[in-house]
Every structure is written in structure tokens, then in C-alpha cells.
Design a binder for this molecule. Structure first.
Ligand code: RET
Length: 242
């Protein structure tokens, strides 16, 4: 097994995911549900592009220590994690309050900060720089959890799709937690396992966080959408059909 094989597995997995997530976009549903399924389609599309780049031998650098660092992963994450967070909070927490806008801005900024500081920590072999930036990245990760389980959860309590938000947030919180752990133990951190193990774990994690999560989230949204549309007093506007 080689790193490159796993990069190809990632490329193929994301392509299959993209095809599977194409169909939910076609279904007849409300504006917010359409936005949600478009976001879940774009996530594997972006990832497929960067996996292909890495599989073809680009998107990485060989550091002076001889370690190969795949910066393309961070380009992928800097686009896909904001999309996943946006679909989580905007799909499930309704209403356009000013407070909600400020919270979304804070969430996305924390996320971008987490990925950028993580990129610096991963790129360097200087332990001082690495661990300071790792800690900064983890702090913003904590801020993301605090926002999701604090103010956003509170907003979700008054929303008809609140239960959906809390389920999606719970699954996302568990899956995302594995990323800093793999970083810590693998090549970017203590190097306790080989580059191939890193490639396997990141590929499996990416396929879980993007494709499996996406398919599950879209099917849940459709299910709750159906239940809501069957209710006589549905306040949701339909894009097509009505
Ligand atoms: C890094 C390293 C430094 C510490 C932390 C990290 C967190 C990364 C996360 C990535 C999530 C990626 C996903 C991609 C799928 O689309 C940057 C590894 C906290 C949470 C979900």
C-alpha cells in the first residue's frame, strides 16, 4: 500500500460521492433545502479536485527534514469546512436575525483561523512554531464547539428544524474531533506512524466527513422536509411545484 494509492482511492471516493450527492439537488423542495444540498454537492467536488492534484504528484512539498507535507489538504479544508458549517447552521436554524449573522461570521472566521494556523503547524519542522500554532488552532476549534453547542443550540431550540440541527451538530462534532488527533500522532506531529497510515486515516476521515455525512444529512433534511410539507400549516416556501 502506498500513499499515492490512497490518494487515488480518495479521488475515486469523492467522485462517487459527488455523483450520489448530485441527485438530491434535483428534488422538489424549499429554498433552504436546495442551498443545503448544493453545499453538500460542492464539498466532494472541491475535495475531488485537490485529491486528484495530490494523486498526480502535486500539492505537496518535501521539507528539509525529508517529510512530505501535503498542503493541498488544507486548501481543501479551507473551502469545505466553511461549506459544511454553513449548511449545518443555515439549514437548521431559521430566521434572519442580526445576531444570527454575527454568529455565523464568528463561526466561519474561527474555522478559517483554525485551518490557517493548522497549516503553519503542519508545514514547519520547528517544534516551537509547530506547537504554538497547534495550540492556537485547537483553541479556535474549541471556539467552534462553543458556538455550535452554545448560542446556535439555543437558537435551534426555537426552530422547527432544531432537532435536525442538534443531530447533525453531534455527528459533525465527533467526526471532526479525529482530525487534530491524527495530526498529533501522525507525520505532522509526533510521527508515531508511517505516512501511509496518515494517508489512510485522512482519506477515510475525509470520505466520512464529506460523503457519508453529506448523504446522511441530505436524507435527514429530505425526511423532515417531507414530514413538514405534509403538515397542513406549512410555512415553508417551495421553489418549484407551487
Ligand atoms: C488541524 C491541525 C491543528 C489542530 C486542529 C486541526 C483541525 C482540523 C479539522 C479539520 C476538519 C476537516 C474536515 C474536512 C472535511 O471536509 C488543522 C488538523 C484543531 C477539524 C471536516
Amino acid at each position: 500500500m502506498t500513499v499515492q494509492l490512497w490518494l487515488w482511492i480518495g479521488t475515486i471516493g469523492m467522485s462517487v460521492g459527488m455523483i450520489l450527492l448530485f441527485f438530491p439537488m434535483q428534488k422538489n423542495k424549499s429554498l433552504s433545502e436546495q442551498g443545503d444540498s448544493i453545499a453538500h454537492f460542492l464539498v466532494p467536488m472541491v475535495a475531488l479536485t485537490l485529491y486528484l492534484l495530490m494523486a498526480l504528484g502535486h500539492g505537496s512539498v518535501v521539507l528539509p527534514s525529508g517529510r512530505v507535507f501535503y498542503f493541498a489538504r488544507y486548501i481543501d479544508w479551507s473551502i469545505t469546512t466553511p461549506l459544511l458549517l454553513l449548511s449545518l447552521v443555515s439549514g437548521a436554524v431559521e430566521g434572519h436575525t442580526r445576531k444570527r449573522g454575527a454568529l455565523i461570521a464568528g463561526l466561519i472566521l474561527s474555522d478559517v483561523y483554525m485551518i490557517v494556523t493548522g497549516l503553519v503547524a503542519g508545514w514547519t519542522d520547528d517544534p516551537t512554531l509547530k506547537w504554538w500554532f497547534y495550540v492556537l488552532s485547537c483553541l479556535s476549534f474549541v471556539a467552534i464547539y462553543a458556538l455550535l453547542w452554545g448560542p446556535f443550540k439555543e437558537l435551534s431550540l426555537g426552530s422547527p428544524k432544531g432537532e435536525l440541527y442538534r443531530r447533525k451538530a453531534a455527528v459533525l462534532s465527533v467526526v471532526w474531533f479525529a482530525y487534530p488527533v491524527v495530526f498529533l500522532i501522525g507525520q505532522e506531529g509526533f510521527r508515531l506512524w508511517s505516512p501511509v497510515v496518515d494517508a489512510v486515516l485522512f482519506t477515510v476521515l475525509d470520505l466520512t466527513a464529506k460523503v457519508a455525512y453529506g448523504l446522511w444529512a441530505v436524507s435527514m433534511v429530505q425526511h423532515t422536509g417531507k414530514v413538514r410539507d405534509e403538515l397542513p400549516e406549512s410555512g415553508d416556501r417551495l421553489v418549484r411545484g407551487h
